[in-house]
Write a protein that binds this ligand. Structure first.
Ligand SMILES: [Zn+2]
Length: 346
């Protein structure tokens, strides 16, 4: 009688099925819980004759094991299917995909790099956190130069109050990349250093505490000012159009001698004079000059054998000239309405 009951339950549990994990739980309660059908067999088991106990006991164990395995395997299958259907919503559409655009400063920086690379310049970079030695001392800045003042430059750590050359700072120009490069390489070389620089400025539409520069340096035997002028004229025409004229005005930088500021003919009025060029017909775009022999010597280069030129421009400035962005702050606000304007320039 008991044996038949066990056989019948064994058949029953072997062919169990369930549609979801809740149903599996119902089956577990029905067969395997304390008040389940298999446990209920135990009360009958107590009443049977001693000689039958061994056979029946083995049979009950077999039933219990079969039921446990069946229910566990049903649960496993259903958990897997249910978690997969949770993760992937196959009904969801893949479109529209929102593609970003390249940042206007990156577009212009890449264009500048591309022009100079075609003239043989290679990229070199340096640290944004640098020391006074590479950013100022090796570049011929006097000990009391205003750029070394806390009012103009972000100093990070005063490692040695008695030795300003050991001060750590956020670089105020990418010229530091040039001193790093010069101390490690033998001329001739023609390098381009793009990067972010920092100045201690109040943030306004026309000034920011960080901006981007691209600086260039060429050191070789017999490099002269004519070479510099020709390279910059080529750059201006590639960047602003073939009719662009350039004008060099004498200026002063600690690391170049002689030094000059370069203007280009206003590409809006064609040089006739307009509001944009303040009716002069010219707009300023960069600073340049012949590398001061003191700088070459400080970097371990013999200034009697080698000479060089250097130039530097602000990427924001060039971008403003190309796209007439009225407020410098828009470059770092990450407003997608502004950034999307440059989709077609990409
Ligand atoms: Zn103009």
């Amino acid at each position: 009688m008991l044996l038949e009951k066990i056989e019948s339950l064994l058949n029953e549990v072997s062919s169990l099925s369930a549609k979801n994990t809740d149903e599996v739980e119902q089956l577990r309660l029905k067969y395997l819980s304390k008040k389940g059908e298999i446990n209920a067999l135990m009360s009958d088991f107590r009443d049977i004759a001693a000689e039958q106990k061994k056979t029946i006991g083995v049979k009950i164990n077999e039933l219990k094991q079969t039921a446990t395995e069946k229910i566990n395997s049903l649960r496993e299958q259903l958990t897997e299917t249910e978690s997969q259907s949770d993760d992937i919503d196959l009904t969801r559409t893949a479109y529209p995909i929102k593609l970003g655009t390249r940042h206007p400063l990156s577009i212009v920086k890449n264009e500048i790099i591309d022009i100079f690379q075609r003239m043989g310049f290679v990229l070199a970079d340096g640290p944004e956190i640098d020391d006074d030695k590479h950013v100022f001392t090796m570049l011929n800045f006097a000990a009391d130069h205003p750029a070394r003042d806390m009012q103009d430059t972000f100093f990070i750590e005063q490692s040695d109050p008695n030795d300003v050359t050991k001060n750590i700072l956020l670089r105020s120009h990418t010229s530091g990349d040039q001193s790093h490069f010069m101390e490690k390489h033998e001329p001739p070389f023609r390098i381009l250093c793009p990067g972010r620089v920092y100045r201690n400025e109040a943030i306004s539409a026309r000034a920011h505490c960080f901006f981007h520069q691209v600086e260039g340096l060429y050191v070789d035997k017999n490099v002269n000012f004519t070479d510099l002028k020709q390279v910059l004229l080529t750059f201006a025409r590639e960047m602003f159009g073939p009719d662009t004229k350039i004008r060099l005005r004498p200026s002063y930088f600690p690391f170049t001698e002689p030094s000059a500021e370069m203007d280009i003919s206003c590409h809006i009025c064609g040089g006739k004079g307009c509001g944009f060029c303040k009716h002069t017909g010219w707009v300023e775009i960069l600073g340049c000059g012949m590398v001061d022999p003191n700088v070459l010597e400080a970097c371990g280069i013999d200034s009697k054998v080698y000479s060089g030129y250097a130039f530097g421009m602000g990427v924001e400035r060039i971008t403003n000239l190309k796209y007439r962005v009225s407020d410098l702050r828009m470059f770092s606000e990450n407003d997608t309405r502004f950034l999307k304007e440059f989709e077609s320039a990409n």
